[in-house]
Design a protein. Sequence first.
Length: 194
Amino acid sequence: MDVFEAIMQRRSVRQYKPDEVSVSDIKKVLEAANWAPSARNTQPWHFIVARGAKKDEFARLYGQIVERGMPPAGQRTPDQERRVEWARTLGKAPVLIVALTRRGNDAAGTKASLESTCAALENLMLAATALGLGTCWMTGPLAEEAKLREIFSIGPEWEVVATTPLGYPDGLPNPPARQDPELKQKVTWIGFSS
Ligand SMILES: Cc1cc2nc3c(=O)[nH]c(=O)nc-3n(C[C@H](O)[C@H](O)[C@H](O)COP(=O)(O)O)c2cc1C
């Protein structure tokens, strides 16, 4: 699969087959992440790869976050139920990845570090797509960052960037429409004739 196909086919996957992902495939997507560009070549990322009890503990936390502000079970819309179920189980994904970035000495340093790790995480997701795997960029779980840090023993030198499940998709969602598919508003051309 070439890079354009991977970009187009990547979707936020919220339902997974129970099939395990091989450690060699997990390493392949991590290697793709590790080849991302980074500010001053700092390569400031760290990835926690979890399965089993810690992943389940994380999913319970995410379920509680998503349930907040919703009516009690039994009084929810089907869409609300689906969202809670997705969070509580991570759509049955067998693996969870937590992306961390090293804090900089100042706000600008931390911003550059964050950008570098976002590039790495996108590389990871595109590589996963190329391997037939699904992911879903999730920052919702950061609403309980202190608890998330406790689950995975994350020290203060790390900023939590995002989390994603990893697994084989059980169906792919339809691609959401682009706001500006012809890029008439989202791009400013300078020095080009129209
Ligand atoms: C910064 C960021 C945070 C996101 N957080 C969540 C999240 O907490 N939970 C979730 O289910 N999806 C989350 N998403 C996924 C978006 O909902 C998804 O990317 C968007 O709807 C477009 O769908 P697509 O990824 O299939 O193209 C997040 C995406 C990004 C980039």
